[in-house]
Design a binder for this molecule. Structure first.
Ligand code: ZN
Length: 72
């Protein structure tokens, strides 16, 4: 890994963390849907901000690789 790669990686992570703070980990989930700016689980508008990661119900949080492409 070159220093430039490392820097890019660091920046990407910072963007991701900012998104998570704002929307919860649902914004990185394969099951997410966005309604009126709110990121939530598909079919469950009140399930937001990463509730799927720890409420034990399905669909359970699943990391979505394609979210990484949103970050420069
Ligand atoms: Zn979710």
């Amino acid at each position: 890994m070159t220093p430039a790669d490392r820097l890019a990686e660091k920046r990407r992570r910072a963007y991701m963390e900012a998104d998570c703070r704002q929307h919860g980990s649902c914004c990185l989930c394969q099951h997410r849907v966005t309604t009126a700016e709110a990121v939530h689980c598909r079919g469950q508008p009140e399930r937001q901000r990463g509730m799927c990661a720890d409420d034990g119900q399905s669909p359970r949080f699943a990391f979505d690789d394609t979210t990484l492409q949103r970050y420069p």
